[in-house]
Design a protein around this ligand. Structure first.
Ligand SMILES: Cc1cc2nc3c(=O)[nH]c(=O)nc-3n(C[C@H](O)[C@H](O)[C@H](O)COP(=O)(O)O)c2cc1C
Length: 311
């Protein structure tokens, strides 16, 4: 029996439900030496903004128990260079069949202001290789003194609807877990017209270097990712799946097929593998193979039968 691994996110078909997590895979250039990108459901690119961002001073990553902290600061070359260099690479690397099917490209977008988000999204509207847009609303909002866009439901609804109007592609809003009620934020994004949600981004944390008696990261705080956050992410995916009707992409600490299946059973239509790719570049493939093996072992003919099966 051949199992169906394909899923649909806002009208876009993914050959399997496994993608990369933004910022942990670049645009796939280095990873393409170790794995065939054409096996993935989608490649999700590192956050890109309207103009280049420098990022934070070093040190900006450190290890923590079962995870890591990063404060890269969304360093990126700006959308013009990104389109010419990264999207061109993906255009060449990813083959499509006659029906235009193949591994999809999700472009992750960041901005300091509503205008910056819209400007970047408008530029990406002209790019045929950008199949879906993922809008990171954990970026610092300069108008509100650096507080992330994604922490207030009214602000989330406003930025979602502004981006939705400007975008040609389906819009996935990427939610921050650093809020009191993630389901309220999810509902606000849905009300603003989001086509899908992805969650979770990193959890704010801090590490002190006791030998040096100072912060381990120059930025003092950083975003916690990796296996340490997985149970928090599963809980949040579950809560959002109960609260909204739009599809959810689950991420946070996925290392194995079992981790991915937890997200799917909690209500995610697709999943992203992030920090685990730093440890083993081929994790994303073992997650795909492991899900396929699970379907076979349990005689499940369609992955879609598992989405949200635990209530
Ligand atoms: C080094 C690093 C850079 C990241 N950069 C981005 C980014 O540019 N945009 C974004 O939306 N998320 C970014 N993230 C968050 C990840 O996409 C993901 O949501 C998070 O790390 C949780 O998944 P994981 O535990 O599998 O890594 C970054 C994470 C890491 C570790």
């Amino acid at each position: 029996m051949a199992q169906n691994m394909s899923v649909e996110i806002c009208g876009v078909r993914l050959k399997n439900p496994v993608m990369t997590a933004s910022g942990t895979f670049g645009s796939g250039v280095e990873f393409s030496e170790f794995l065939d990108l054409n096996r993935l459901g989608a490649v999700v690119t590192k956050g890109v903004a309207l103009v280049p961002w420098e990022g934070n001073p070093v040190p900006r990553i450190c290890e923590t128990p079962s995870g890591m902290l990063n404060a890269i600061g969304l360093q990126n070359p700006g959308v013009a260079v990104f389109a010419k260099r990264d999207l061109k690479f993906l255009e060449e690397e990813l083959s499509r069949d006659q029906a235009g099917e193949g591994t999809k490209v999700v472009v992750n977008v960041c901005g300091h202001s509503e205008e910056e988000y819209i400007g970047c999204v408008e530029k990406l509207s002209d790019e045929p290789r950008a199949d879906l847009l993922e809008i990171n609303i954990s970026c610092p909002n300069v108008r509100e003194g650096g507080i992330a866009f994604g922490t207030d439901p009214k602000g989330v609804e406003r930025i979602t609807s502004a981006v939705r109007k400007a975008a040609r592609q389906p819009v996935i809003m990427k939610l921050s877990p650093n809020v009191t009620s993630i389901s309220e934020i999810a509902k606000a994004a849905e009300a603003g017209g989001a086509d899908a949600l992805s969650l979770i981004n990193t959890l704010t944390g801090m590490k002190i270097d006791v030998e040096r008696r100072t912060f381990a990261l120059a930025n003092r705080t950083g975003g916690l990712s990796g296996p340490a956050i997985h149970p928090v992410a599963v809980r949040m995916v579950y809560e959002c799946a109960q609260a909204v009707k739009i599809p959810i992409i689950g991420m946070g600490g996925i290392r194995t097929a079992e981790d991915a299946l937890e997200m799917i059973m909690a209500g995610a239509t697709a999943v992203s593998v992030g920090t685990a790719s730093f440890h083993d570049q081929t994790t994303v493939l073992s997650v795909i193979d492991g899900i396929e093996g699970f379907l076979e072992r349990h005689q499940v003919s369609d992955i879609r039968d598992l989405i949200g099966c635990v209530r």
